[in-house]
Design a protein around this ligand. Structure first.
Ligand SMILES: C[S@@+](CC[C@H](N)C(=O)[O-])C[C@H]1O[C@@H](n2cnc3c(N)ncnc32)[C@H](O)[C@@H]1O
Length: 138
């Protein structure tokens, strides 16, 4: 991993690349009027694809604990106006965040995080859950 050019730790200025964009979002099956969560929003690639596919009125809640990721996503997703709600938060606090927004149910959610290549063989893992379904690739 130390020489992995995709390591954001070693390459903090590396442009973030969204992995398995279509595969993950296909599983969420976004639709108008849906309420979606990206619990690890990063640069906002998954969130933007969900917004596109759930037009004209689907809503995405995006969380990330990292201030830079939140700033990047806010800028990128600004054209979607009130359909995107972004909070800087750890996903362990998801219940509190959703409650603060008055949301008591999600249509589907997406979670993506980097993991050690030496463990998984790939640089990232993605899970997308829709109702009771769960899909993981790592
Ligand atoms: C691989 S990126 C997400 C990619 C993103 N979904 C996209 O569309 O490209 C992983 C993100 O998870 C965030 N993250 C990791 N652990 C977190 C946690 N416990 N709570 C919130 N965000 C977290 C990181 O800050 C990072 O921005």
């Amino acid at each position: 991993m130390a020489d992995d050019p995709q390591s954001e730790i070693r390459n903090p200025k590396l442009e973030h690349v969204t992995v398995l964009l279509h595969e993950a979002v296909d599983l969420l099956a976004p639709r108008p009027r849906g309420v979606y969560l990206d619990g690890t929003m990063g640069g906002g690639g998954h969130a933007e694809e969900i917004l596109k596919r759930s037009a004209p009125d689907g809503i995405v809640i995006g969380l990330d604990q990292d201030a830079d990721a939140v700033a990047r996503s806010r800028e990128r997703l600004a054209p979607y106006g009130k359909r995107i709600v972004i909070r800087q938060a750890n996903f362990r606090d998801i219940a509190e965040v959703l409650s603060g927004l008055g949301i008591d149910a999600l249509t589907a959610s997406c979670w993506t995080w980097a993991c050690r290549g030496s463990i998984s063989g790939t640089p990232s893992a993605v899970s997308a859950s829709r109702r009771r379904g769960l899909w993981t690739c790592g």
